[in-house]
Design a protein. Structure first.
Length: 150
């Protein structure tokens, strides 16, 4: 009889203290900051929002910011730090879709700006690139907030 009581007491202690502790640690580790961010679901792209009106400087913009130059696109985005990605126009859609929800605090809106330095012989190419970017963003249902060239 003594063996049954001592085993039941240990089982009660295990269920009362150890099991909740293990559950808390498991939950905490699954939501750790170092874990890989989830990708945006396609349904999240319907969340179109308007950025705050008090943004006066590009450094205050928290959503993706696309700069269009003659030969490339540069996308600035905020993850845990401010990051820049140079990419060809054909990769824009896939790249934006790969960004986690934390990169879209204003909803599905991006800032677009043409580079202030353009080779005069490539003005037509730059305009075509801008038109392509606008079409890609429009097809994705992403609103554009135009910014003047620097």
């Amino acid at each position: 009889m003594r063996l049954v009581i001592s085993f039941a007491g240990k089982l009660d202690w295990l269920c009362s203290y150890i099991l909740p502790f293990l559950l808390i640690i498991t939950f905490h580790c699954s939501s750790c900051r170092g874990s890989k961010p989830s990708k945006m679901a396609s349904s999240d792209y319907n969340n179109i929002s308007t950025p705050p009106k008090n943004i006066n400087d590009a450094s205050q913009w928290r959503n993706p910011f696309i700069t269009i130059s003659t030969d490339k696109l540069i996308v600035r985005y905020h993850s845990s730090t401010i990051e820049y990605k140079e990419l060809p126009i054909d990769d824009l859609s896939a790249f934006l879709r790969s960004l986690p929800p934390e990169c879209w605090p204003y909803g599905m809106v991006v800032a677009v700006q043409e580079s202030g330095v353009v080779d005069p012989t490539k003005i037509k190419e730059t305009k075509e690139r801008k038109d392509s970017v606008i079409k890609i963003l429009s097809d994705m249902g992403i609103k554009i907030d135009y910014w003047p060239s620097a």
